[in-house]
Write a protein that binds this ligand. Sequence first.
Ligand SMILES: Nc1ncnc2c1ncn2[C@@H]1O[C@H](COP(=O)(O)OP(=O)(O)OP(=O)(O)O)[C@@H](O)[C@H]1O
Ligand SMILES: [Mg+2]
Length: 264
Amino acid sequence: MESKLLLALATGAAAGLAAGLALRERRAAPPDSGVPDEERLAWLQRLSTVGQMMSGVVHEVRTPLNTVILAVEHAQRVLDQGGDPREQLRSAAREADRAVEILSDILDFAKPAQLDLKPVALAPLLEGALEPLKIRFDERGVETSLDVPADLEVLASPRHLHQVVTILLMNALDALPFGGRLDLRAERAGRAVRVTLSDNGVGIEPAVLARLFQPFATGRAASGGTGLGLNVARWIMTKHGGDVSIASPGIGKGTTVALTLKAA
Ligand SMILES: Nc1ncnc2c1ncn2[C@@H]1O[C@H](COP(=O)(O)OP(=O)(O)OP(=O)(O)O)[C@@H](O)[C@H]1O
Ligand SMILES: [Mg+2]
């Protein structure tokens, strides 16, 4: 109930902001007559980027906010049992911070979209992305494993890479409604680093694989999928000079998602 309300508030606020941004763009638009086609096209492209980016922001802010709710509910249960809820409260605070960081991306919009890449230790980053979602995997009876060399470093914007991994973990969770396994691995491949997430969940029909990175392409329309996760993930990976790909042997046969990054 509360989570629906929060979601509606976040969506409403972001939609309002999007409308505001779009309005500003419209006022700055060239008049209809006498404007070269390329200029009009560039303006239309900018407008559609604003819309797409706003949908992405709403999509991304949802996950940390829902995790805040889960962590606070968990803290309440711990308190009711006379325990110490500090760990759950810390997790709630961390995820709330993450939501704020994602929202601040909107303010960065006017600047050229360059991510600030630096050497990042991969193991703690992957652990940090898995940790807040662990409670959801546990609830579902999904076993998770993490196999990452301790000294592996990549060139990345840590919070954006965290965002990508969260998107992929949420997809794996959706693909494992009745439990199963999720294995997260990373290894050096020459000057690159390859991160893979393999689940033994519902799998994907070969015919639709290529379409999944397009915005609004969802196989979960009935359960509220917006189809933006993989699109946002690809955008972020491209900004890293890397890539994301998805493969599945077919329905019921699990899925592997691979990220390629530059080794630091
Ligand atoms: N691990 C996976 N196993 C099976 N199908 C997957 C997996 N990851 C992605 N998919 C398929 O790709 C589609 C697109 O994923 P994407 O994250 O872009 O959107 P979504 O999960 O449908 O919605 P949301 O916007 O809420 O993330 C999913 O709907 C699902 O059909
Ligand atoms: Mg998704």
